[in-house]
Design a protein around this ligand. Structure first.
Ligand code: ATP
Length: 361
């Protein structure tokens, strides 16, 4: 039986060599990216990494300095925001303050010339969609809470019936609990609507919960694009691995055939990936949950000697801080794997080569 090739769907938005400079400063470096129809794509990165600039180019508020942006194959570099089938929802919302919830939501429909009765019907539908009571239709938008206004802004964005919705940190001003609720709702809304969502945030946690794919930006470059799982388990470089959560980074150097750990001078038997066979220096990145205590009789690879100096309960799991030379190594273990010996014991800690990422130092 011959395998039938699965056609890759045409990207809704495509970026080829897109770059943005402000004078001599390069805010976004040549980016190539296909955004898939109907996906939830989140761009994360620290402050100043270029997320907003990238979004502004996608939304038509800024033209790229170089490269091409196409929408379903059509070049849109210079197409203004109001001519694009896209809509931006941002933190500051830009709702009309002296109007009612209903008037705010109906605005795009009014502009399109939809008759009043139909406008109201659609607005009520949208209120239900964003989980606001229909009674809010006549309420002044300034009398709504922050979370409710966020929902009104979302309902208005949907009233434009865009193909692509952009979100610029829409939840960052809200308290933690409300944020968690809205994250889930936004994800549900994405699923129900089938629209393409492009979301930017500096919170990786937010990105992990909601996204189909995450793009990580560092100093204007898109350094990795992948599923949350890929970003977490196979970070492309040290920056991504550290951005994604707590990690242990063990620097190692080679003298002849022997590897030593930089912070402790300990010799370490190291399994290196083949493409790094000739490297003289490397950094081994291991997440705390992949580290474990190793039996003293073990002759396994990837083992370091240290001493336990702290232990924290994380509820169902326990975190250990182990001193290895100048460095602290973190282990996060289930209670079943907990250390049973003295609290300040000398220990061996190790990891499986398959659980570590080795990057060039
Ligand atoms: P944040 O999370 O803080 O919003 P960001 O990742 O969205 O940051 P951008 O706002 O895209 O980052 O900014 C990227 C870089 O480009 C910053 O160094 C910023 O100062 C610079 N920049 C952005 N817009 C302009 C502009 N109009 N003129 C000059 N420099 C700009």
């Amino acid at each position: 039986v011959e395998a039938v090739p699965v056609p890759t769907p045409r990207p809704v938005l495509q970026l080829v060599g897109v770059r943005k400079t402000f004078g001599a400063f390069s805010a976004v470096e040549r980016i190539d990216l296909d955004i898939r129809e109907g996906e939830f794509l989140t761009i994360v990165g620290p402050s100043g990494s270029g997320k907003t600039t990238l979004l502004r180019m996608l939304a038509g508020m800024e033209a790229p300095s170089e490269g091409n942006i196409t929408l379903r194959g059509e070049l849109i570099n210079d197409l203004p925001a109001n001519k694009r089938p896209t809509c931006l929802v941002f933190q500051s919302l830009a709702l009309f303050p002296h109007k009612t919830v209903g008037q705010n939501i109906e605005f795009p429909l009014k502009v399109k010339g939809v008759p009043p009765a139909q406008r109201k019907e659609r607005a009520l539908e949208l209120l239900r969609m964003v989980r606001l009571p229909e009674a809010y239709y006549g309420k002044n938008v300034m009398k709504c809470s922050g979370g409710e206004r966020q929902r009104v802004a979302l309902a208005r964005a949907f009233a434009y019936d865009p193909d692509v919705l952009f979100f610029d940190e829409p939840l960052s001003a809200l308290d933690y609990k409300l944020k968690k609720v809205l994250e889930k709702e936004l994800k549900d809304l994405h699923k129900e609507s089938g629209k393409t969502f492009i979301y930017i945030t500096h919170s990786l946690e937010e990105a992990m919960v909601m996204s189909d794919r995450i793009g990580v930006m560092q100093a204007g470059r898109l350094v990795q694009v992948g599923t949350p799982e890929e970003i977490y388990t196979r970070p492309a470089n040290r920056f991504v691995s550290e951005f994604v959560g707590e990690v242990n980074v063990v620097g190692v150097s080679r003298e002849g055939m022997r590897w030593t750990a930089d912070d402790s001078g300990q010799e370490i038997r190291l399994a290196l990936p083949r493409q790094m066979a000739d490297a003289a220096r490397a950094a081994v990145v291991i997440r705390p949950e992949f580290m474990r205590f190793v039996d003293a009789a073990s002759t396994a690879d990837n083992v370091l000697r240290g001493r336990i100096y702290n232990e924290y309960s994380l509820g169902s799991r326990i975190q250990y801080q182990v001193r290895v030379g100048e460095r602290t190594v973190l282990l996060e273990l289930s209670r079943a794997q907990a250390w049973r010996g003295a609290p300040d014991a000398d220990v061996l800690v190790g990891w499986d080569a398959a659980d570590a990422i080795v990057v060039e130092a």
